[in-house]
Design a protein around this ligand. Sequence first.
Ligand SMILES: *Cc1c(COP(=O)(O)O)cnc(C)c1O
Length: 410
Amino acid sequence: MGSIYLDNNATTRTDPDVVAAMLPYFTEQFGNASSTHDFGAGVGDSVRTARRALQKLLGAAFDHEVIYTSGGTESDNAAILSALETQAGRSEIVTTTVEHPAILALAADLAKTRGIKVHYIAVDRDGNLDIDAYRRALGPQTAIASVMWANNETGTIFPVETLATLAHEAGALFHTDAVQAAGRIPIDLKATAIDMLSLSGHKLHGPKGIGALYVRKGTRFKPLIRGGHQERGRRAGTENSPAIIGLGKAAERALTLMDETQTRVRGLRDRLEQGVLHRIGHCVVTGGSQNRLPNTTNIAFEYLDGEAILLHLNRAGIAASSGSACTAGSTEPSHVLRAMGVPASALHGAIRLSLSRDNSVAEIDRVLEVLTGIIARLREASPVWQDRKGPPVAEWRDPRAHDIGVPQHV
Ligand SMILES: *Cc1c(COP(=O)(O)O)cnc(C)c1O
């Protein structure tokens, strides 16, 4: 069997139909989408068609609510920075300890350079947000609340519809980083109070370097990138037409395949997860006991090093990852798992397996077989494992929310 890719929360394979849809826009259809002659006009039409596909995926009510960007990171930055400009007299941000660095690094910088107050809302052991703390943090100073739709490491889904309503009650805007949710679970923005939403092409089988920011009609918006009049003056720079057409195709495919994909991928994920829990033991699914993306499982193996597991998996042709950040030789445990209070014995042994519609039952069974062998060998060679004390981590329970203060994400 060839290599097996289980790192779809890092990036997905570009769908062959997406590639096919993009190719003509590098060759015959090379025109500038903003040009008025025939070379440009055709491209402009295709860019509009792609935008409609995105609107449909998101359940956007009106035209022109979708702005193309260079990806999830730019969309996140643009949303937060815009809110700080447009929300006169308000200078605070409410977010969570488990956001992507695209939010956390920006928030840290804003706190440092502009004196913006950032409230980081904690999560509990299962990864659920402390809604009371969220409610308390909101106030007349809040410019924007930003909470991700689904977490990239654990797949935990947050109640963004409710959170958006609460933000509005405090007069604040609400943004959600839906990079992991878009294309994977149903989204119907017109039925919510969400003001802004970020998504990224390469997390939904589209190309890299393209994304979108949804800005609800009527929401004031200050552009991040200034220059020409593209995107109705909200995001300057010549439209990346091949990538935009690819993103539109990816959105269309995601919507068409969503029901079937959700069911099938959840089945595969559960087969993998249950297999690991039953065959291997002394491991725990983090953030596994609740509403979760159908494609994600994050499993922490007690007294083992996740990086070692990943290395052995890679040698066997299996790609997975951890949420850990490697800094100059030492591996920092994931800020998400730390925020959830995962016990020290398991914190370093976590790996994330994220599936997609490209995976098969045969692949999952192969991964189970290989992983079982790897864990057995690593445990045999591990003095810490031999000396372990106490009950297996799966029995560990701590009802406290873990307030870790300002999250360390890099
Ligand atoms: C991948 C990811 C991003 C960044 O998107 P890019 O398009 O790679 O910039 C932002 N947020 C989350 C939750 C992600 O998973």
